[in-house]
Design a protein around this ligand. Structure first.
Ligand code: GCW
Length: 721
């Protein structure tokens, strides 16, 4: 008797322990963890509502949907739910089929809604009559897969499944990742290890990571991936590499993801043995046509080429006195028979050109509006300089109505703390998308330019420079995963708020516990503004370390090209600081619509976020809050760094609420972030102080090191360079 009591007690203890310990996690599962739902009554309710799953059809895409459901439902509910594949057998539960296979259930769905689903959209709905059914339907298999991921997300975020009625259709057609991955597996501006593409073992070896990458992308609606760096290598266009690309395309296809490659403009010379790459040369044109034919024979749904030309040393049509449109149209002609597209980047600037770098892309591209073939898109970075922590929107948005413009955001945090800083980027993305270009009257937002609605373009899209590498947790910083997630979610639906997306991601990635969610949500939402304060307040930009872009280096003035020097951008001197881009300066402002200009043009009422972006401002200038510019600069830098300390404090008490592994990783990274924030603060203020000749406002702690100390710091092996 005593013995059996002991055993029961032991068992109980074990049960209690297993119910309360949080499982070990390394972040590999991303937001697709499918951990057991901790709210028991909710979990039991789900099990009741999902007494069976019927999934009609067996294409590879539907198989992927089924795999995800089996994995997801088992993990989330802890119960093995029976799966059926027969036409309606009447069982209550979840019923999944494309419109054509809905059978008698079709009467539950208004035909107009099915129509609206289009190629990729889906509908989640609950039947009103008969046995209770939850239906996931779409016009296409990929719509079903997207619907399944949405459905799982409802469970992961503990939503009610009663009376569902969700119709979801993507707002943008092309939702792409751009990998800046080299064939030797280094990643330009990659801070999460080496490239996930193991070119050496492809095509024979399919790493599980490729499949999990596709799952993660499909779960947020990403439907294309450019595998290679825009600083391109023609080798990827050779037959052995195309075989490898074909293998990846085969993995991604069921997940609705097309592959794209970057095309090195001089490939006909390097790889084809021709003497020229002149886009008007017949042999060159034929070479690209043959190449396209070769690629499409292997990969019939190949997306097309992304091209960086005549920028930062890359070859391009201007080498032959041709224009960007000549170059793009030649490639467009080669892929047109296969419905391929060309994405031509507008990130161009040249050292021979003395014009403010801010103006160069606009000067080059606006005259070409209307000259691009119909299967060309021009891909424009969100701002005119280069993915700075804060930039005004690129003046090309709204200025090329005859050309479909694709948005290029940077998900990898080249200038936003790389992979040691917790910075949630959705507020940055939203700020740009919501900016009003005024180009076609009030409400001509950047979002409406890129979705094609303002100018009736059918091609439209958004790309994000990926932050993915072969680190165990994919992105280096556990919170960097949120930026990949946010890019996908916004490309699908740009009207989601940064907060909604963060909340979803946190619930899926960490916990549904409100005690965790509230403080962390708060910290994520403030993180980008804090970073702006400790790195680039008030419109400062491009003052980071040379080459690797790690840490502050506003003093650098010895680079070969003027626009590679931080001093070119901040222009600090004894009279003040900032880049005069008004009519008395470079006049980059003239590239914006007069109503936009009006917010920025006058020093006295310029939106202070962009003050030093557009004006050279006296140190004694009075800010709207009454502080002098110098004092405000100090205040911002100190405030930004202090905010990181607050973040650390907010993180500390959360230890019991999540797994130890990720808690510790984040705690350590936050300590690094604090060091880096104070480094930025002290180095920048000591440097600018030489010009302002003013003391730190009273009460601010003195920097621990001298300016000389900061200037001597070297990072020869900083990543991503
Ligand atoms: O942001 C800059 C980067 C380069 C990059 C370039 C570009 C791929 O520092 O590393 O090159 O922009 O976008 O082409």
């Amino acid at each position: 008797m005593a013995q059996s009591k002991k055993i029961t007690f032991g068992l109980l203890l074990l049960l209690v322990i297993s119910a309360t310990t949080v499982k070990a996690e390394n972040g590999y599962e991303l937001w697709l963890r499918y951990n057991r739902i901790s709210n028991t009554s909710l979990r039991l309710n789900y099990i009741r509502q999902l007494s069976s799953v019927t999934l009609i059809g067996h294409s590879p895409t539907l198989q992927a949907a089924k795999y995800e459901l089996i994995k997801g439902l088992k993990g989330l509910t802890g119960s093995k739910i029976p799966f059926f594949k027969k036409q309606d057998n009447g069982s209550p539960g979840l019923f999944i089929a494309t419109a054509g296979n809905l059978g008698s259930l079709k009467k539950n769905i208004p035909p107009s809604q099915l129509q609206q689903c289009g190629n990729e959209g889906y509908l989640l709905t609950t039947t009103k009559t008969g046995s209770k059914r939850i239906i996931i339907t779409a016009q296409s298999d990929i719509g079903i897969l997207y619907g399944v991921f949405h459905f799982l997300r409802l469970l992961q975020t503990e939503q009610s499944l009663d009376n569902l009625h969700i119709l979801s259709v993507p707002g943008l057609k092309l939702r792409l990742l751009n990998h800046w991955d080299n064939l030797n597996r280094t990643v330009e501006r990659g801070y999460a290890g080496f490239s996930i593409w193991n070119w050496h073992t492809l095509p024979a070896y399919i790493d599980q990571r490729y499949i999990d990458y596709a799952r993660a992308n499909a779960s947020v609606g990403i439907n294309g991936t450019v595998l290679t760096n825009v600083n391109a290598n023609a080798t990827v266009l050779t037959q052995p590499y195309l075989q490898k690309v074909k293998a990846l395309a085969g993995v991604f296809r069921p997940y609705g993801i097309k592959v794209y490659l970057t095309a090195r403009f001089s490939a006909p010379i390097e790889s084809g043995g021709l003497k020229t790459a002149d886009p008007l040369n017949e042999q060159v044109r034929q070479w690209w046509k043959d190449k396209a034919k070769e690629i499409y024979a292997l990969i019939p749904d190949f997306g097309g080429f992304l091209v960086k030309a005549n920028s930062e040393g890359q070859p391009g049509p201007q080498d032959y006195k041709r224009t960007h449109s000549d170059g793009a149209n030649m490639l467009a002609e080669a892929v047109a028979p296969y419905k391929g597209i060309i994405i031509w980047r507008a990130f161009v600037y040249a050292s021979e050109n003395p014009t403010d770098r801010h103006k160069q892309a606009y000067d080059d591209f606006v005259p070409l509006d209307g000259k691009f073939s119909s299967n060309v898109m021009v891909q424009v970075k969100n701002g005119a300089i280069d993915f700075m922590p804060r930039e005004p929107f690129h003046p090309l948005f709204g200025a090329m109505p005859k050309t479909p413009l694709m948005m290029e955001f940077q998900v990898t945090q080249e200038y936003l703390g790389q992979s040691t800083n917790l910075v949630y980027l959705a507020p940055l993305f939203k700020e740009v998308l919501d900016s009003d270009t005024r180009s076609r009257g009030k409400g001509s937002t950047v979002a409406k330019i890129i979705d094609g609605s303002l100018d009736s373009h059918t091609l439209n899209g958004m790309a994000g420079v990926a932050n993915i590498g072969n680190d165990l947790n994919w992105c280096g910083h556990p919170f960097a995963q949120a930026n990949w997630f946010a890019l996908g979610r916004l490309a699908w639906n740009y009207s989601l708020s940064a907060e909604q997306i963060a909340q979803e991601w946190l619930q899926m990635t960490f916990s549904n516990d409100k005690k965790f969610l509230q403080p962390v949500l708060n910290l994520m939402l403030k993180s980008r503004e804090n970073l702006v304060d400790y790195m680039n307040p008030l419109g400062l930009h491009h003052i980071m370390g040379t080459g690797h872009h790690y840490g502050p280096a506003p003093w650098v003035n010895d680079q070969r090209r003027p626009e590679w020097n931080p001093v070119y951008y901040h222009k600090a001197d004894s009279t003040g600081i900032g880049f005069n881009r008004t009519a008395t300066g470079s006049n980059a402002l003239s590239q914006y619509h007069p109503e936009v200009r009006a917010h920025w043009e006058q020093l006295d009422n310029c939106d202070e976020k962009y003050l030093l972006w557009f004006h050279h401002v006296p140190w004694t200038h009075l800010m709207k809050n009454g502080r002098t510019l110098w004092n405000e600069l100090c205040y911002r830098y100190y405030n930004g760094a202090a905010a990181v300390q607050k973040m650390q404090e907010a993180w500390k008490p959360l230890e019991p609420l999540i797994d130890q592994e990720r808690f510790d990783q984040i705690r350590q990274l936050m300590a690094i972030q604090y060091q880096e924030a104070t480094w930025w603060r002290d180095a920048c203020l000591l440097y600018f102080q030489q010009f302002s000749k003013q003391p730190l406002p009273t009460g601010f702690e003195k920097p621990e090191h001298t300016l000389e100390y900061f200037k001597k710091l070297r990072f020869p092996y900083a990543p991503g360079n």
